[in-house]
Design a protein around this ligand. Structure first.
Ligand code: BES
Ligand code: ZN
Ligand code: ZN
Length: 500
């Protein structure tokens, strides 16, 4: 992708598409004046007429386009609503960029776009967000479409930025960051889009290895015998019901000046049938996306490797299917996790926490100073927060607050749920140290977090339950329908901010 810091006024910009952001409380004339362009009077009249015909009010996400027939240098002018000026923020610009590229660059001929949107306090963040939005909006996945006509394709090749005051060096850096992060998100989306018969645990591990090595990461894939040696009875319990063998995926990014190691731990269930506590058909339909947490941390590591912050990153993914094979865990079985705790598996569909328990232990053993896990862990979280926000919990309010704030900058919403001691009661087992599932229908997301807490120590730990926003049934701004790879942006922003 090419990035251009445009210095010409709007009417002189020669791009396939020039986009002007217009506030709800502003006329186009005002918007154009604000970006100091002098449109020919007759063209302004045409625009005004067109706006009226299209009932364009500048409300958020309203987009209209008109041909310019030589009135200005670009072939097409797009007016994009920004909503009320007092609500304007970087996320609004990110969304706008995504909606523009999805509409005009995917299966359209548009190769070059140039955006004129109002500035925000921080020009670097604005540029980065627009790059992210533009790349995320033009995501496509065609691998399994055989008909040529069914394939969607993006032609986006250049993103221009008009009327932005920013140092050229900082501009370039912002574009690099935006591109690295968005491309990682799109890579994670591809992994999630892969059906479970293609993306098995071993294939996921191979993907992590190939990509990781390409980006200069140290990648280690542990197979069943090594996982057994580590004493990961909880993780292996889940894997028992599947014919496909499990993998523990470990990726390392190191910086010589790093003072701390951030561990990113992902749930990598390539398919969740529920095991013997089988899911009903409807709940199983999209369960290939139960490896979204894994895709998220693997992809984040790629962007981090590219952007080289001064911090070490350790990625740990427990990858397995959750299947009801002849060897599968029976409800009531007892397994022993890596830290020696025994777990009565009263529900085999609460498999994510069993996998994460061992993955968390491993991350701490490997010297993590801080741990963030990402998992499509509970249906209860989808019920509570819908597809809009992820749940966040943990043992460090500081880390939770930081992540919530990074999420705001990155355009991903997190909502903290409580970890009251009382919830632990529901995880008490009659025969083991704890059981894996609490009472149905009661604070499921918090109980899952209480379970995970048994496998970390006092080091800062945060748990992201991304079950809701990791999957959408239709496109929504910078998120595509299907697997969204929610969390990549927040983790990248967080790690980049964790430098010494
Ligand atoms: N992968 C599911 C959680 C999930 C549900 C993700 C819906 C996305 C959409 C998880 O493994 C699971 O099945 N959890 C159970 C836990 C329960 C048995 C305690 C759930 O949420 O029902
Ligand atoms: Zn499950
Ligand atoms: Zn699951």
């Amino acid at each position: 992708m090419e990035y251009k810091l445009e210095t010409s006024p709007l009417d002189k910009v020669d791009s396939g598409l020039v986009v002007v952001g217009v506030f709800q409380d502003q006329s186009v004339e005002e918007a154009i004046k604000a970006i100091q362009s002098n449109f020919p009077q007759q063209f302004l009249q045409k625009i005004a007429q067109f706006m009226q015909e299209e009932n364009f009010k500048g409300s958020a996400d309203q987009i209209i386009s008109l041909p310019t027939y030589g009135d200005i240098a670009s072939k097409k002018l797009v007016l994009a609503g920004l909503g009320k000026s007092q609500d304007y923020c970087i996320q609004q610009a990110r969304k706008l960029a995504a909606n523009i590229t999805r509409r005009f660059c995917v299966n359209g001929k548009t190769e070059k776009i140039c955006l004129f949107v109002p500035s925000t306090e921080n020009a670097e963040s604005l540029v980065q967000a627009i790059v992210e939005g533009a790349i995320l909006g033009s995501y496509t996945f065609n691998k399994y479409r055989s008909g040529k006509d069914d394939k969607k394709q993006s032609n986006l090749a250049q993103i221009g930025f008009g009327s932005i005051k920013i140092d050229a060096g900082l501009f370039e850096k912002a574009c690099q960051r935006g591109e690295a992060i968005a491309e990682s998100v799109n890579f994670a989306r591809q992994l999630i889009a892969e059906p479970a018969n293609h993306l098995t645990p071993s294939r996921l591990a191979e993907e992590a290895r190939t990509k990781g090595q390409e980006y200069g990461l140290v990648v280690e894939i542990l197979e069943q015998p090594q996982i057994e040696k580590l004493g990961m009875g909880s993780f292996l319990g889940v894997a028992k019901g599947a014919k496909e063998l499990p993998r523990l995926i470990v990726m390392r990014y190191k910086h010589d000046q790093a003072k701390k190691t951030v561990a990113l731990v992902g749930k990598g269930i390539t398919f969740d049938s529920g095991g013997l506590s089988l899911k009903p058909a409807q709940s199983m339909e999209h369960m290939k996306y139960d490896m979204s947490g894994a895709a998220c941390v693997i992809a984040s590591a790629l962007a981090i490797a590219k952007l080289k912050p001064k911090v070490n990153v350790l990625v740990v993914v427990g990858a397995t299917e959750n299947m009801p094979g002849g060897q599968a865990l029976h409800p009531g079985d007892v397994v022993t996790a890596m830290n020696g705790k025994t777990i009565e598996v009263n529900n085999t569909d609460a498999e994510g926490r069993l996998v994460l328990a061992d993955a968390l232990c491993y991350a701490l053993q490997e010297g993590a100073d801080e741990v963030v896990d990402v998992a499509t862990l509970t249906g209860a979280c989808v019920t509570a927060l819908g597809r809009v926000a992820a749940g966040i919990m943990g043992n460090s309010q500081d880390l939770i607050d930081t992540l919530i704030n990074r999420g705001k900058e990155a355009g991903e919403k997190f909502w903290q749920l409580p970890m009251y001691d009382e919830y632990k009661e529901s995880l008490k087992s009659d025969i083991a140290d704890l059981k894996n599932a609490g009472s149905r229908g009661e604070a499921g997301t918090s109980c899952a977090a209480m379970f995970l807490k048994e496998f970390v120590d006092s080091r800062p730990w945060a748990h992201m339950d991304v079950a809701g926003p990791s999957w959408l049934d239709k496109d929504r701004d910078e998120c595509n329908k299907g697997g969204t790879a929610f969390g990549v942006r927040t983790l990248c922003y967080h790690v980049l901010n964790s430098q010494n």
